[in-house]
Design a protein around this ligand. Structure first.
Ligand code: C5P
Length: 219
């Protein structure tokens, strides 16, 4: 498919488990665009803070931690100081901690340039909570992906079980609801629907159907 312009920028926001990660990755491959999983950046910082015993309310320590660590995204892999931590950042503990640290505007500002640096070459598909509203306000296409809490918890459950995690569906549903609340109610860059965003509920859509719908938005 031919893009209307190069570079092209697609920003996708939505709550946990809405399918943003899978969908954004597939679209980036189809269109030969870079891919930014902005949640992974919060997760690397959260993981690093946990192993360094930095509490989630210590914003100065957290921002200086960002300057002292080396995070890399290589294909499917996430590296912290050259060690692969891809699966370690997907645990419920890191999920919770990442949304706790994401409330700090100072920390969010600290990683703005890093996130924007992914927009290069042919362009980017960026996904997260504030891609459409803060980080890439001039995106060529803005999408808000949604799904019911029940569906989202089920998707996360399957992903985590496949990776060998021992999780409980009730606990996951509570964790997702608590994260939704923190992510939508915080003062700093809350998750919300951008005015120009195309809203897509993925409850009854397959991955392929969701990708196709987004590709039609480009046209
Ligand atoms: O997308 P993911 O679930 O991996 O993100 C983990 C957490 O990081 C979210 O719950 C949210 O609190 C935070 N986050 C954010 N802004 C983004 C991406 C993630 O606040 N752009």
């Amino acid at each position: 498919m031919k893009l209307p312009k190069i570079p092209y920028l697609i920003a996708i926001d939505g709550p946990a488990g809405s399918g943003k990660g899978t969908i954004a990755k597939l679209i980036s491959k189809k269109l030969s665009l870079n891919y930014l999983d902005s949640g992974a950046i919060y997760r690397v910082i959260a993981f690093s803070a946990i192993i360094n015993n930095i509490p989630s309310d210590q914003v100065l320590k957290l921002t200086s931690l960002v300057g002292s660590i080396n995070m890399k995204f290589e294909g499917e892999d996430v590296l912290l100081n050259n060690k692969v931590i891809t699966d370690k950042i997907r645990t419920p503990e890191v999920s919770k901690f990442s949304s706790e640290i994401a409330v700090h505007s100072k920390l969010r500002d600290e990683i703005l340039n890093l996130q924007r640096s992914f927009y290069r070459g042919n362009g980017l598909v960026a996904e997260g909570r504030d891609m459409t509203t803060v980080v890439f306000v001039n995106a060529d296409l803005k999408v808000y992906l949604d799904a019911s809490p029940h569906k989202r918890a089920n998707r996360r459950y399957k992903q985590l079980i496949l990776k060998g995690n021992n999780v409980n569906i009730q606990e996951l549903t509570c964790e997702i609801k608590a994260r939704d609340k923190r992510d939508t109610e915080r003062k700093a860059s809350p998750l919300k629907i951008a005015d120009e965003a195309k809203i897509l509920n993925t409850d009854d859509l397959t991955i392929g159907q969701t990708v196709d719908k987004i590709l039609t938005f480009i046209n």
